[in-house]
Design a binder for this molecule. Structure first.
Ligand code: BES
Ligand code: MN
Ligand code: MN
Length: 454
């Protein structure tokens, strides 16, 4: 064991205490009441970046929540890695579904429970501690490091792309390193090379100008809830294909090689069904579950509200209903184009008996990163060293909107070296993060610096 591994192991308790402090800040980007907490979280990150040895640490204002930047460029001639992460978290949701306070972290066994534990505070903190360990144990970093930590990932990173464009020189790098994805299985080193894109829409259907008595008016006036439900149901055909004209145009088909690679990953449908509590899986015919999750586009209604759902019964024809509908996209689908196709189709299928408005909320491009690049190979070796197993490659069904901008604006490939697990309840109650993976992550990050600097 090298001195740096000792240093990391000896400081485990302090690392966890510091992470707990970060997790106590309810930095929920979607809720305006937490605006002050966003600043607190940014300040905490910037303080820890400074403590770790980063220079020019600064909180940059944007039109939304602030961006934290810091750099250490003391290795001229060596590569530069830009580490990206997000300090914002999803809303906690119904507190009664949590076994402990979402913003008062508790440790049970190997797991730390709190909103943001795995997505993404625990994962981004890995890199702050790996930098600290390098300086403390070795007195230096083997390459140049930049940090870009944002506060709006969970709401679409709307202000980060303009920030990147305006600060191309400051952010210039050879590779972007991101820990905001999952391991394929506990203890199994994994690199993710594909993310789906996203197109998020809102549809509102209005019928009569007020709620009406469903006895007096039922049968004569269109019920907007019935209408919207029927419209949503019609967005899939009997084979699970999305019915929006043009939706699948230009999609890259999976190569046979990739399908083979997916098949090599251990996957138990029954364990998967048990984990999520369903008796049967669903989706597009002709594709395996992993293919449907990682490499096929989808459409889902995320929520629908309208009419009466309170106590007892109230007999009405509601005036209005609204819903949020998202589409996950794969390579060559353009979220802006998909938003137009969606809007046109919804308007086309809406009956004249209601008024329909469609709004585009946010979007992100799908990405595939090269797996034969220098940075990916370095990351693969680094993880193998830390975990003592061979690295596997996977794609991910979720999205990280800014990754496409790194490729387009900075011309830098991203390495998605995540340490979470999809079973760690990200975006759900009782989110948690494995402390074993946290520690292995810190070591992987240190080894990545070494490998990539060679
Ligand atoms: N870290 C996730 C992406 C992710 C999801 C990685 C699942 C691994 C497994 C990220 O924070 C996220 O939640 N992204 C959003 C993007 C959206 C809000 C623009 C998503 O995928 O829904
Ligand atoms: Mn995330
Ligand atoms: Mn998330």
């Amino acid at each position: 064991m090298e001195p740096i591994d000792n240093y990391i192991d000896e400081n485990r308790d302090r690392y966890i205490e510091e992470l707990k402090e970060l997790l106590r800040i309810p930095s929920v980007s979607a809720e305006s009441e937490h605006k002050g907490d966003m600043i607190k979280a940014a300040e905490y990150i910037s303080e820890k970046l400074q403590d770790a040895g980063m220079k020019k640490v600064k909180i940059h204002k944007t039109d939304g929540h602030p961006v934290v930047y810091g750099e250490w460029l003391g290795a001229p001639g060596k590569p530069t890695v830009l580490i990206y992460g997000h300090y914002d978290v999803q809303p906690a949701g119904d507190p009664s579904l949590w076994k402990s306070d979402p913003f008062d972290p508790v440790i049970i066994g190997d797991k730390i429970f709190a909103r943001g534990a795995t997505d993404d505070k625990g994962q981004l903190y890995i890199h702050i501690k790996s930098v600290e360990a390098c300086f403390k144990a070795n007195g230096t970093l083997p390459l140049n490091v930049k940090f870009l930590i944002e506060g709006e990932e969970e709401v679409g990173s709307e202000n980060l792309e303009p920030f990147i464009i305006a600060n191309k020189k400051m952010l210039a790098c050879d590779s972007v390193l991101i820990s905001d994805t999952s391991l394929y299985a506990p203890g199994l080193p994994t690199l993710t090379y594909g993310l789906r894109g996203l197109c998020y829409m809102e549809v509102e259907v209005t019928g009569p100008n007020k709620d009406l008595h469903s006895g007096s008016y039922g049968g004569a006036v269109a019920n907007p809830v019935n209408v919207l439900a029927k419209m949503i149901a019609s967005l899939h055909d009997k084979n699970g294909k999305v019915t929006i004209p043009g939706f699948y145009d230009g999609i890259l088909q999976l190569s046979r090689q990739e399908r083979e690679n997916f098949k090599k990953l251990k996957f138990s449908e029954s364990a998967y069904m048990k984990e999520v509590g369903v008796k049967e899986l669903a989706g597009e015919k002709g594709y395996t579950t992993l293919e449907r999750q990682w490499a096929r586009p989808t459409l889902d209604c995320n929520g629908i509200v309208g009419g009466y759902t309170g106590e007892g019964a109230k007999t009405i024809i509601p005036s209005k209903v609204s819903s949020k509908i998202s589409m996950r996209l794969v390579s060559n689908q353009d979220p802006k184009k998909i938003a137009k196709l969606f809007t046109a189709h919804i308007k086309a299928i809406a009956p004249k008996s209601v008024k329909v408005t469609v709004k585009e909320l946010h979007g992100g491009y799908p990405v595939i990163t090269p797996i034969d690049g220098k940075a990916t190979i370095a990351a693969s070796k680094a993880m193998e060293r830390a975990f003592g197993k061979k690295t596997v490659y996977m794609r991910e069904g979720g999205s990280i909107p800014v990754v496409a901008a790194f490729a387009n604006e900075l011309k830098a490939p991203a390495v998605l070296m995540g340490f979470g697990l999809n079973s760690e309840n990200l975006h759900s109650p009782n989110e948690h993060f494995s402390l074993t993976h946290f520690m292995l992550g810190i070591k992987s990050s240190v080894y990545f610096f070494e490998e990539f600097s060679k």
